[in-house]
Design a protein around this ligand. Structure first.
Ligand code: GTP
Ligand code: MG
Length: 196
C-alpha cells in the first residue's frame, strides 16, 4: 500500500491524548532497539519520519501516525531496556498496557523480535498477554539480513516453537530494512486486519 502523506499527530503519554475518531490502528511493539521505528519508516517509505537510533530507548511515548486519514500506526516504547530507571520502566509498562488492553480502535499488533535470537522472556510475555486479550498478532522476525537465507526457515520454526505459536490468531513474517524484504507481507496483514 502506498501512503502519500503520513503525519505524526501526537506523542501521547496518557489515554486522554489519544486521537479522537474511529480510524483503525495497528501498533508496533518489541524490545528496545529491535527495529520498530525503522520498520514503520520502511513501510511508509519515509526515512526519518519515526526517529530511530542505534542506542536503545529512543521512542518513549506512544507516537500516533495518521496515514492519509485511513489508519494510524502507533509506535510504542520498547521494553526490556535496562538503563532506564525502575520507576520509568513501570510507567512505560502501565502506559503500554493501558493502550493495548483497552483501545477499541486497535485492530492488530505487529510484535517484532530479533531474527538472530531466541525470543526473550519479555517477548514471550507480550505474545501471551496479547493472546489473552485476543488481539491479532503479526510476529515479525526482523534484522533477517543478519541471518543466512538458508537459515530463514529454521528461524521461523525456532520462534514458533519458543512462543508456543497459535496460528488461529497469529502470523509470522521475516523482515529486513537493510535488504528490503518482508514489507509486502506485512502490509498485506495490516490491510487484512484493518480493512483498509
Ligand atoms: P526504541 O525506540 O529504542 O525502542 O528502538 P526501536 O525498536 O524503534 O529501534 P530502531 O528502529 O531505532 O532501530 C534500532 C537499530 O537497529 C538502528 O541502528 C537500526 O538501524 C537497526 N535496524 C533496524 N532494522 C534493521 C534491519 O532490518 N537490519 C539491520 N541490520 N539493522 C536494523
Ligand atoms: Mg523507536
Amino acid at each position: 500500500m502506498k501512503i502519500i502523506n503520513p503525519k505524526l499527530i501526537i506523542s501521547a503519554v496518557a489515554p486522554k491524548q489519544y486521537p479522537d475518531g474511529q480510524l483503525p490502528e495497528v501498533a508496533f511493539v518489541g524490545r528496545s532497539n529491535v527495529g520498530k521505528s525503522t520498520l514503520i519508516n520502511t513501510l511508509l517509505q519515509r526515512n526519518g519520519l519515526a526517529r530511530t537510533s542505534s542506542q536503545p530507548g529512543k521512542t518513549q511515548t506512544l507516537n500516533f501516525y495518521n496515514l492519509d486519514e485511513k489508519l494510524y500506526f502507533v509506535d510504542v516504547p520498547g521494553y526490556g531496556y535496562a538503563k532506564v530507571s525502575k520507576a520509568q520502566r513501570e510507567q512505560f509498562g502501565q502506559m503500554v498496557e493501558a493502550y493495548l488492553s483497552s483501545r477499541k480502535q486497535l485492530r492488530g499488533v505487529v510484535s517484532l523480535m530479533d531474527a538472530r535470537m531466541e525470543p526473550t522472556e519479555d517477548d514471550k510475555l507480550m505474545y501471551n498477554w496479547l493472546a489473552y486479550y485476543q488481539v491479532p498478532i503479526l510476529v515479525v522476525a526482523t534484522k533477517a539480513d543478519k541471518v543466512a537465507r538458508g537459515k530463514h526457515n529454521a528461524v521461523e520454526s525456532r520462534i514458533k516453537k519458543s512462543l508456543n505459536f497459535q496460528p488461529q490468531f497469529s502470523s509470522l513474517a521475516l523482515f529486513s530494512a537493510v535488504e528490503k524484504f518482508g514489507s509486502q507481507e506485512i502490509w498485506d496483514w495490516i490491510q487484512k486486519q484493518s480493512g483498509v
